[in-house]
Design a protein around this ligand. Structure first.
Ligand code: DGJ
Length: 620
């Protein structure tokens, strides 16, 4: 599947129907040659165009800058003559930032190494190519990793940077992947939206200049998606070419396409460089997250199928992924914070009689939380609402033959909470400033291990307290005021990424300790629906907008990249709580059936005649 031709100096990666080629030019520059339909062995080094003119630096030193600014660099670096988007930037001990990364070796091996602390594609039948690039002057080594699976059409890339010098350096940018192409007439496809309007498909021509889709919100976000595709003009579901990049990461990202002065295209994807700066002491290594590349010569449908099968077979983990998920009923839109044990049992009884398989108790079961302005961080049961605690409720629900699950929002703290009273410095804040609240909550400083341990222990205690078989892990605000008292000034730029690593660590611990737990990630609806989260949870709540018509656009965009089995979708009430629209019960059912399927309404109030009711009528 992966080969290297010593004579032509060409690396060739073959997937089921595609080939990806790179070559070494002028003895040292790693260039991108080709990505597309599968090729038989042939010498394609001419595609690097280094022979056309005496253009390589060894033959024409006086024009080295022009070479660097036009060569299709596989992992571009800036500051020495390439003025296009770069993948790496460092600040060295002189405070300077130019680089020149040159080929220094490679290895091809069976399997794929796990990315430390990060989600990633896994599994059997895989080969990996690791290419070593070095900048002796800056004291930096970069390891580019490319994996291909026998049963997949995707190329999986990641990057590691190592300080091989003797001084501390600062990594100011490290993107995970770059694609260089020739065709000038691409359209860009991205997914964008807002809260309750996530992942709408957006297409536009790429003129000379750049197209950017990005998040600096500390989460992959409702607004943009860590994905970008270049489509041949007029590409449809079944025809045309697609070059897609998808990021296996849940935090800040940058996806950018540049159409250059020569009508070539450079597309990059990685951690957003804004407010990112990682201190690399001598000998230290930084591992950047993984990017998935897919090429399709048969339209968007083939791209979707390639991604779906990769994610089903090689990304999602856990015992639950092979099972049909239980049909659940969630009490959020049924009761909001206004519930008690009896009300929940009444919902469960009615649900059990209809064949619903699990009751999920959403927000409001802990601390003194009667609305959304308190108690996050105090993960102890509110016995006034739930006498006998979660145990009593779970047992009663189990007696009805149903499973029981709960909602958690571990990453946050309410200023009105015992936790905040005791540890105000555990919330992210900038020195001398009062942090901005959102939904009356602050973000916990997960760069501190003691915070992570406290949270994990609290969660674990709750899960051991009753027969809890499902957790909805929510996250209801973007990250701001990202400052920590636990790190020195020159490491404050590490916090957003450290935050993500801590979320991953907690979820890893959770599914390791509770291997049969069904985890559903969520972020104010679909604000963190991304491949990173999918590694930990086989399903993700798709949107707080449960209106069947708006959901068609949201789910269409989501299904473009993700299998239907991963898309949290429920039948809710009418008029819809997000948009006020009335839709037939059947329409809501069909829309929810193209996802995980469940209910999110007060089932004790549904009229028998039409399976639908009007809230105002029922109140009267
Ligand atoms: C946002 C989620 O998307 C909703 O489903 C619900 O769980 C609320 N948070 C609870 O606060």
């Amino acid at each position: 599947m992966i080969s290297y031709n010593e004579e032509t100096k060409i690396f060739k990666l073959d997937t089921q129907t595609t080939s990806y080629l790179m070559g070494i030019a002028d003895g040292k520059y790693l260039g991108h040659i080709y990505y597309g339909r599968k090729l038989t062995a042939q010498d394609l080094s001419y595609l690097l165009r280094t022979q056309e003119k005496p253009f390589v630096p060894s033959k024409l030193l006086r024009e080295k800058l022009s070479f660097l600014d036009s060569f299709p660099m596989e992992f571009p670096f800036g500051g020495t003559g390439d003025f296009r988007e770069s993948c790496i930037e460092i600040r060295d001990s002189n405070g300077q930032s130019g680089m020149e990364l040159l080929y220094a070796g490679h290895r091809i091996y069976e399997g794929k190494e796990k990315l430390r602390g990060l989600p990633g594609v896994w599994g059997e039948g895989c080969q990996t190519l690791e290419i070593r690039l070095e900048d002796a002057c800056a004291g930096v080594r970069v390891l580019l990793s490319y994996s291909v699976f026998a049963d997949s059409d995707a190329v999986i890339r990641s990057v590691k940077a190592e300080n091989i010098g003797t001084h501390t350096i600062y990594l100011e940018r490290i993107l995970s992947a770059c694609l260089e192409m020739d065709d000038e007439d691409f359209e860009m496809l991205s997914l964008s939206g807002a809260w309750a309007r996530e992942r709408h498909i957006q297409r536009q021509p790429l003129l000379t200049g750049s197209f950017v889709t990005e998040s600096v919100r500390g989460e992959s976000s409702h607004q943009d998606h860590p994905f970008l595709a270049a489509l041949s003009k007029g590409c449809t579901q079944t025809c045309g070419e697609v070059y897609a990049m998808h990021f296996v990461y849940s935090g800040n990202f940058l996806a950018k396409a540049q159409r250059t002065q020569f009508d070539t295209l450079r597309m990059v994807l990685g951690i957003h460089p804004e407010r990112f700066c990682w201190k690399l002491e001598a000998g230290a290594v930084f591992q950047a997250p993984e990017a998935v590349l897919v090429y399709s010569d048969a339209g968007l449908g083939k791209m979707s199928r390639s991604l779906h099968s990769l994610y089903r077979n090689h990304l999602i983990r856990g015992n639950e992924k092979e099972k049909v998920p239980p049909v659940l009923i969630n009490n959020w839109e049924a009761t909001y914070f206004d519930f008690h044990t009896e009300k929940l049992i009444a919902i469960a009884k009615e649900s059990a009689a209809l064949g619903i398989e699990m009751l999920v108790l959403d927000d409001g079961w802990f601390g003194h939380r009667e609305n959304d302005d308190s108690s996050l961080g105090d993960w102890t049961v509110n016995e006034q609402k739930l006498p006998g605690g979660l145990k009593y409720l779970a047992d009663e629900v189990n007696k009805l033959g149903m499973k029981f699950g709960i909602w958690l929002e571990p990453e946050m703290v309410s200023p009105d909470s015992k936790l905040y009273e005791k540890h105000p410095d555990w919330a992210f804040h900038l020195k001398g400033r009062t942090p901005s609240r959102a939904r009356d909550q602050l973000v916990l400083d997960l760069s501190r291990q003691e915070v992570v341990d406290y949270l994990y222990d609290s969660i674990s205690k709750v899960l051991h307290s009753a027969n809890i078989e499902y957790v909805k892990w929510d996250m209801n605000r973007a990250l701001s005021d990202i400052g920590s008292t636990a790190f020195p000034p020159d490491q404050q730029g590490e916090l957003s990424h450290r935050y993500m690593l801590a979320v991953y660590e907690m979820q890893e611990r959770l599914i390791t300790e509770f291997p049969d737990l069904l985890l559903e990630n969520c972020s104010s609806g679909g604000g963190r629906f991304d491949p990173g989260m999918l590694y930990y949870s086989p399903q993700i709540w798709c949107s707080d907008d449960t209106d069947a018509i708006e959901r068609l656009s949201i789910q269409e965009g989501t299904q473009l990249l993700y299998p239907m089995s991963t898309i949290g979708a429920h039948v809710s009430d009418c008029p819809n709580h997000a948009v006020g629209r009335n839709t037939p019960f059947q329409t809501r059912g069909i829309t929810a059936l193209s996802g995980t399927f469940g209910y999110e309404l007060d089932i004790t109030k549904i009229s028998e005649e039409n399976g639908s009711y009007n809230l105002s009528k029922s109140k009267a």
